[in-house]
Design a protein around this ligand. Structure first.
Ligand code: B12
Ligand code: SF4
Length: 550
């Protein structure tokens, strides 16, 4: 494959190299250009500049050109490929003498024939080749990419050194490279082995970010818990040192064990975010994608993780995998939803260049979009119509389940109706583009009219869920708090011994939300038992107070 096109180096010894990152949104940051910049800046005139795909192309083009670079080296990913294609055309047409270099996972398997305006593609890990390229540029020699050894992570510079940090952005952090597994749809499966950065280096750099109080550090380690002891040491360090920073890890569910779970479950609430790729619960599918799994172990681990849960847990499934038809996917979805994690994400397979699954496309009759993100359209097991239905279900899961509007109501409903049946039926009955207030009202009517549920329990749990989160006006008309109920609530609050004085009671009546239920909601949530009576619940400043009325 051709990776070099008359790549002549500058006659001048000092040529300005501009590294360019184009993120998927402003809040994201690019680690690769920072590493390359930090490695080269001492010896070569090098700068980096960061944009995102939502910025107008001509502004980006102008800004790059105004730096007067002789070499522009762009970090290319699935989310920016289409943007980069236009950008390189603009750059070359505006300044014919500019040399354009591409690197990054989206061009690992590309040849220069596919990139008319590009002079050089650097494939694979970038540190050694980029250093070598800079040296060639500085000495006026012709550069040809060769085989380099894997980069020693103890020599990896700290990406965010000397940078003024915007605490609202996501700071990616890499403490290891490579993955022990080989899932056929994933680009990380092509790297060999796992390398780790020394723990002292990791601690020092994390400490720096913690002191800067960035909002979120997201580890890009492919499988953070690949080495349990090491990962627990990092967790303990974060527990000790983080003041205002949340830390995100991607972990493997089969490798989880009691020690890891205990380390996580003895942390402050929400200090950690765990992203766990389940992908499917169908053994035939998991075998076909070369995924390492032990379903019983995953089940046991997830249940344990959810007891006394401290971290925010995000579970991923992928639709469009081999042997996963519509019904089988719904079974995977049902099982996943019933762990009651904070978020469930239903992703759609991307046929990434260089992956085994893309090579197997004919075997499974895959149809997919030829442009990024190369999303699956259909295969031998699932039709596009079914994929489309899953997209509608995905949208509702995101709006209803992940936002936790109906936290307790859903727990009740899922005892009677399977999650996939519930979301599938609702997806054709409610318009998820409505504003939240109208959406929750429509949701109530659709649930009431389409499922066989106890009307009193549904009504009570729905009221409870809505009043926990929203003002009273969000209740559907048939669940509104009536005038008489309001009067009873007022009297009950005035008489309640819980409130110290009339001022406090008045304040609660004025600013709080309250409702009388026909049974004890908390008790029902705890053990499904119905204790009849009049129970007043008051929702005030994030707290919930219960008063049993006589
Ligand atoms: C952070 C991240 C994101 C962020 C975006 C971040 C941003 N900056 O905007 C978010 C969460 C939005 C995201 C989304 C997606 N992502 Co993503 N993501 C990553 C992740 C976890 C980290 C990337 C990273 O910084 N790595 C660390 C750096 C140091 O490594 P690197 O990127 O490989 O860079 C090295 C080389 O590539 C090279 N290099 C890179 N740039 C350059 C530039 C030059 C000039 C040179 C010489 C070398 C060079 O040198 C670097 C150092 O060795 C990777 C997985 C991973 N751990 O790498 C996936 C990954 C990049 N994502 C991937 C995918 C598939 C997606 C999604 C499609 C997933 C989905 N939803 O289905 C979406 C795309 C969304 C869209 N809009 O299309 C694939 C990408 C494949 C590709 N062809 O680009 C990856 C590799 C995951 C995987 N294992 O398959 N992602
Ligand atoms: S475990 Fe994750 S990172 Fe590793 S190969 Fe599988 S999907 Fe990719």
């Amino acid at each position: 494959m051709k990776t070099m096109k008359k790549f002549l180096v500058s006659e001048r010894k000092i040529a300005m190299i501009l590294l360019v990152a184009i993120n998927s949104k402003y809040i994201h940051t690019n680690l690769a250009v920072r590493y390359l910049y930090q490695l080269c800046k001492e010896n070569y005139p090098c700068e980096y500049i960061e944009f995102n795909i939502n910025q107008p192309l001509q502004d980006v083009l102008y800004e790059i050109l105004s730096k007067k670079p002789e070499y522009v080296a762009i970090s290319t990913y699935i989310w920016n490929r289409s943007y980069v294609e236009k950008l390189v055309e603009g750059l070359k047409k505006a300044r014919k003498d500019i040399k354009i270099i591409l690197g990054g996972p989206e061009v690992y398997f590309d040849s220069l024939e596919e990139w008319k305006f590009v002079d050089l593609i650097i494939r694979g890990e970038g540190e050694y080749p980029f250093l070598d390229l800079c040296e060639h540029i500085a000495t006026g020699k012709q550069y040809i990419q060769k085989e380099y050894p894997p980069f020693d992570l103890s020599k990896l510079p700290f990406a965010y050194k000397d940078e003024s940090l915007d605490t609202s952005r996501i700071y990616y952090y890499e403490s290891s490279r490579g993955c022990p597994f080989k899932c056929s749809y994933c680009l990380s499966s092509i790297e060999k082995g796992v390398r780790f950065a020394p723990l002292e280096k990791v601690f020092e750099e994390l400490d720096y970010l913690f002191k800067k109080q960035v909002r979120l550090i997201k580890f890009v380690d492919r499988t953070f818990n690949a080495n349990k002891e090491r990962s627990i040491k990092i967790i303990e360090f974060c527990k000790q040192k983080s003041q205002a920073t949340q830390v995100h890890f991607e972990i493997d569910p089969t490798l989880l064990d009691d020690d890891f779970i205990d380390a996580i479950n003895t942390s402050e609430d929400n200090l950690f975010r765990l992203e766990i790729g389940l992908q499917s619960f169908n053994p035939q599918t998991l075998d076909a994608i070369d995924r390492f799994y032990d379903i019983d172990r995953i089940d046991k681990n997830l249940k344990k993780l959810m007891e006394n849960k401290k971290a925010i847990v995000h579970l991923d499934l992928i639709a469009g995998l081999p042997y996963e038809d519509f019904l089988s996917f719904k079974r995977s979805l049902n099982k996943t939803i019933l762990y009651f994690a904070d978020e469930v994400q239903l992703g759609f397979l991307k046929m990434l260049k260089g992956t085994k699954i893309r090579e197997e496309a004919t075997k499974y009759n895959y149809e997919f979009f030829k442009d990024p993100p190369y999303e699956v359209i259909s295969n031998s097991f699932i039709s596009f119509e079914e994929i489309y239905k899953l997209k509608k279900i995905e949208d509702l899961i995101d709006k209803v389940y992940n936002r936790q509007y109906l936290y307790f109501t859903l727990r009740y409903i899922f005892q009677k109706v399977s999650p996939s049946e519930f979301f599938e039926k609702l997806s054709s009955k409610v318009d998820s583009n409505l504003n939240t207030r109208e959406f929750v009202k429509e949701l109530y009517r659709a649930i009431k009219d389409n499922f066989v549920l106890d009307k009193v329990i549904l009504k009570s749990l729905f009221r409870f869920d809505i009043l926990r989160r929203f003002p009273e006006e969000f209740l559907p008309e048939e669940l509104a708090v009536s005038k008489e109920e309001k009067e009873r609530i007022k009297q009950a609050i005035y008489q309640a011994t819980e409130y110290q004085d009339i001022g406090e009671a008045k304040e609660i009546i004025r600013r709080g939300r309250a409702c009388i239920f026909e049974f004890d909601i908390e008790r029902f949530i705890e053990d499904n038992s119905i204790e009849k009576g009049d129970f007043l619940y008051i929702f005030f400043e994030e707290k919930i107070k219960k008063i049993k009325l006589q």
